[in-house]
Design a binder for this molecule. Sequence first.
Ligand code: PHE
Length: 455
Amino acid sequence: MSSVDSPRESWATRLGFIFAAVGSAVGLGNVWRFPFQVGQEGGGAFLLIYLLFIVLVGFPAMLVEFVAGRYTERNPVGALKQLGTGLWEYVGWIFVVTGFVILSYYSVVAGWTIRYAVLGLQDGYLADVEAAEAQFVSLAVGLEAILLHALFMAVVVTVVAFGVERGIELAVKVLVPAIIVIAVGMAIYAFTLEGAGEAYTYYLAPDLEVLADDWRSIVPAAAGQAFFTLSLGMGVMLTYASYLQEDRNLATDSAIIIGFDTAIAFIVGLIVFPVLFTAGVDPAAPGPGAIFVSLAAAFGDLTLGWLVGAVFFATVAVAALSSAISLLEVLVSYLIDERGIGRVPATVALGGGLFVLGIPSALDLVLLDLFDGFADQILLVLGGLLLSVLVGWRRSDLAITELELGIGDLGPYGDAWIWAVRIPVIAALLVALTLGILGYIEFLQDDFWPWVQEL
Ligand code: PHE
């Protein structure tokens, strides 16, 4: 049912779309952000709510983005202009702003992964967890962190400016299996550690008391993490689906993407917590340094760990690259389609702006939190919420028809999906957004403001 007035680029191979979408989804969200959120939000209680959000909210919300993209064949701003009228036309803007904020600090964290890959080759890793923690603090911020952020941004800009994403599509084919193989191997090693039993209880057995006490922070954290890791809420999946032909079964594709993404995050947790518990470190303590501290210490403990570690961190850096490319591609496609700016100048200008906006995150971890919390717990959830309202309530007729292309008559399942979007998904996102805003205000008062006063 898509408009056919202009021929549009589409995916070269049938699997190209899946690889690109998995490449976007699998990234720092799984390897870096997921374990540190679990650690900060109390372990299994967070995991439980997170998994509920992935399946009950993430899956229907991904279908919403897919149908919106494939139907309109536009970038997010253009797609919203076509789907809605009046104020809806501006919702696409939220996506663009969100992508800009996320990519700015995403690149800083990606710089850390490059640093840790090099660290393995140069000096090897420190087996002592406390020493590894001190090392993280010294590497994560400062001039070197800024330079690595610049380097990563430059690579992203180069790939997007020259439109050589095809190569990345291919890389993803190798990368995702590589991450899985190394992570599974490391999880087996972690299983042999002394603290593994205690760690599994913490990670896998939800403590309902923790849930009862802390749901106000667990719910928005889980919602934000689910959207972040699935690349939802800022138009990436929408844009990718806009290059898609009508014969794809969007439901199956979503299930595959979500399956890979969730498996990788879950396995990383099976490595991080046994290492931290064995060393007697409070899993919340390392914060954004969680994987750098715990994985580095694990690699430091193994024969040839320096090599496995270097390969692992390098792989994660490339996985981060494929996610970052998807983020920048959305921003660039907006400037090209809606503003008529050329690909190269658009990409270079955005890259420069992103580099500047990322500098604060490379100077202090509180500032990284400032950006990450805002983008994740507020902007992504808001974007997902608004798109769900628009598609679920105002354009549900076309949504079902569009989803049926490539699947066939959905019968009652089409209605079930729309009603899932209309009530439970929207309600869950509303609750998460409200709690996210309140939590963010608290963060500003308790962490950010004292930090400003200390300056
Ligand atoms: N999903 C990516 C990751 O897990 C990050 C991302 C978020 C990419 C939003 C695009 C859009 O690393």
